[in-house]
Structures are given as structure tokens and as C-alpha cells.
Design a binder for this molecule. Structure first.
Ligand SMILES: Cc1cc2nc3c(=O)[nH]c(=O)nc-3n(C[C@H](O)[C@H](O)[C@H](O)COP(=O)(O)O)c2cc1C
Length: 132
């Protein structure tokens, strides 16, 4: 199963969660600020970000808007924040508009409990990519 992890993180919280999910999935987490392009079709794309004053970073929005249904089997979202799940809701809507399947299940980590959620994030990445 081909898997990729892409994220956008200003302060480092989402990066830590992305890296843990990627570790669980056996791949590398890549910041969309560095190298957003998917080199090949992936069955699962883990995609994450955070809200800043209630909206996701424009970089993340642009990236999500540029994704095409032919590039991904399905997307699994993750987010970190103080309280808001808005990034997940907004990404889900935006991706669905592009005809991209998005899992209902997503991963959330509160910004004050990132280190306590690393193991759960690893397990999340692992169990969703494990071959049955
Ligand atoms: C300028 C700024 C605005 C923020 N606005 C929100 C917000 O509207 N809702 C929320 O739940 N968290 C908000 N947060 C908290 C961030 O979403 C949270 O710290 C998140 O983990 C940051 O992710 P990052 O470390 O990957 O950049 C804000 C943080 C900053 C610095």
C-alpha cells in the first residue's frame, strides 16, 4: 500500500504529529513548504494542519485545492489546535469538492498535549496502513 504524509506547521506541533503518523505508517513526513508534490499515486495520503485565527494557512489550502482525485485513493486528515476542528471540516469540504475521498476518522491533538499524543499518532498511522 502506497502511503504519503504531508503537513503544514508554523510552530512545530503539527510537524511532531505528522512525523509520528509517518513513523507508524513507515514513511517520511514531508512539509508542503518543502516538497509538496506527490511523486506517484498513493492509496492513502495523510494530510494535516492547524487553524490560525480560525482559518488554515493559505499554503495548506492551496495545496489541498491542487490535489487531484487521480493522485490519491483516499485522504486521512489530522490537526492540532487549541480547540478548533475547523481545519478538518474545511479540508474535508474542499477535498470532497475535488472528488477526493476523505475518511470520516481523523486525528486530533491538543496543542498543549502534543508529546502525550505521539504514541497514539504512531498507532493511528500504523493501524490505518497495516495490511489486513
Ligand atoms: C496566531 C495564532 C492563531 C491561532 N488561532 C487559533 C484558533 O483560531 N483556534 C484554535 O483552536 N487554535 C488556534 N491557535 C492554536 C494553533 O492552532 C495551535 O497552536 C496549533 O497546534 C499550531 O500548529 P503548528 O504548531 O503546527 O503551527 C492559534 C495559534 C496562533 C499562533
Amino acid at each position: 500500500m502506497k502511503t504519503a504524509v504531508r503537513y503544514f506547521s508554523k510552530l512545530g506541533n503539527t510537524k511532531k504529529i505528522a512525523e509520528a503518523i509517518a513513523q507508524g505508517a513507515g514513511v517520511k513526513a514531508v512539509s508542503i513548504a518543502d516538497d509538496p508534490k506527490l511523486q506517484e499515486y498513493v492509496d492513502i495520503l495523510f494530510l494535516g494542519g492547524a487553524p490560525y485565527a480560525n482559518i488554515m494557512a493559505p499554503e495548506l489550502r492551496e495545496y489541498a485545492e491542487s490535489l487531484k482525485a487521480e493522485q490519491v485513493g483516499r485522504v486521512i486528515l489530522f490537526t492540532t489546535s487549541n480547540w478548533s476542528r475547523r481545519t478538518v471540516l474545511a479540508l474535508r469540504k474542499l477535498l470532497a469538492n475535488n472528488g477526493i475521498k476523505v475518511d470520516k476518522e481523523y486525528f486530533f491533538a491538543h496543542m498543549l498535549h502534543i508529546n502525550g499524543r505521539i504514541e497514539a499518532a504512531r498507532e493511528f498511522g500504523n493501524h490505518l496502513t497495516r495490511k489486513s
